[in-house]
Design a protein around this ligand. Structure first.
Ligand code: RIB
Length: 321
């Protein structure tokens, strides 16, 4: 039982600014840092830090030690990673005084995957494993179709959202993870409720996780429907990789057969820790740190509405009669 992440890897160039730059403006940054990132790499590290076996697949270019070192530190297996004579993917990130970010990505190696390579990677998975994808690599539809044909469950984070993604065979996914903006762009909807209804109608066989920023997250899979609230974070330092942390923890929880409400809870606390440190992959906590913060109660309790509780309550009321 393992996660194989056919995922992006970026060298993040992070510029701290008071406020994001606007058209026509030139400004000096407060600081510059170079970090390992990429939605794929961050998600691999998050899942591996829970203790699950994770392989990161994809291409890196020359001078990629910053990326491979971060994966190794995170406990991710590199056996499937290949080195090519192509520039690495990178990201230009502004982080403002509120810890919010805006990001431009350059695809590099992430956009050079081949069908032959994807087939070789898929040859390493069985139906007990999970293939993980994001929308920062090329040949996403090919990977979904080929994995589905082999009976391999696929999870995808459709980020960053673009026009192409609307034509992907997302109904063949086991798990679709999107934020409220991506969800609305995919399926339509002017409220969270409408967006979730539309996603369920569009992808009835797929478990859906809709992340809602400060409103928490919404899970729907078959008969189960869970709304999970947000943690109380004293100071947001850098939101980069918060969504990636959430996804890695959630998916690892699913693979470990955790109850979905518990997986969402751990994912929420893990991402609440990520945003209290600067950077991407290196800001992701491990399972012991998540356990400790939950035990301490320092980030509060999470509000949760769970359809399973409603079923239990109804049964209890019936039994009591
Ligand atoms: O989700 C955060 C990531 O998005 C950054 O690490 C950056 O590389 C971009 O891919």
């Amino acid at each position: 039982m393992k996660i194989v992440n056919l995922g992006s890897l970026n060298v993040d160039h992070v510029y701290r600014v008071d406020q994001f730059i606007v058209a026509g403006e030139t400004k000096a940054c407060q600081s510059l840092a170079e970090n390992a990132g990429g939605k794929g790499l961050n998600q691999s590290v998050a899942a591996a830090r829970t203790g699950v076996e994770v392989y990161h697949a994809g291409f890196v270019g020359q001078g990629s030690a910053i990326l491979t070192d971060a994966l190794t530190r995170g406990g991710v297996r590199l056996d499937l990673l290949e080195t090519k004579d192509i520039p690495n993917g990178h990201a230009i990130i502004q982080v403002d005084d509120n810890g919010q970010n805006c990001i431009i990505i350059y695809g590099g190696t992430n956009q050079c995957l081949t069908e032959e390579y994807i087939d070789r990677v898929l040859g390493q998975l069985t139906g007990d494993d999970m293939l993980l994808l994001q929308n920062e690599t090329n040949l996403v539809p090919y990977a979904i179709e080929a994995a589905h044909a082999r009976g391999i469950p696929v999870a995808m984070n459709v980020a960053p959202m673009d026009e192409k993604a609307k034509r992907y065979p997302l109904g063949k996914l086991r798990w679709l993870v999107v934020n409220e903006i991506e969800g609305a762009a995919l399926a339509g909807g002017s409220t969270f409720e409408e967006t979730m209804d539309n996603l369920i109608a569009a992808y009835p066989e797929t478990g859906i996780v809709l992340t809602l920023g400060s409103e928490g997250a919404w899970f729907h899979d078959g008969d189960r429907d869970i709304r999970m609230g947000c943690a109380k974070v004293p100071k947001v330092v850098d939101t980069t990789a918060a969504g990636d942390t959430f996804l890695g923890y959630f998916l690892a929880g699913m693979l470990n057969q955790l109850d979905p409400a518990e997986a969402l809870r751990r994912a929420t606390f893990a991402s609440a820790l990520t945003i209290q440190s600067p950077g991407a992959a290196d800001s992701i906590p491990n399972a012991a740190q998540v356990d400790a913060v939950i035990a301490s109660g320092a980030l509060g309790e999470l509000a949760c509405t769970d359809s399973a509780d409603a079923v239990k309550d109804a049964k209890g009321a019936k039994d009591a009669k």
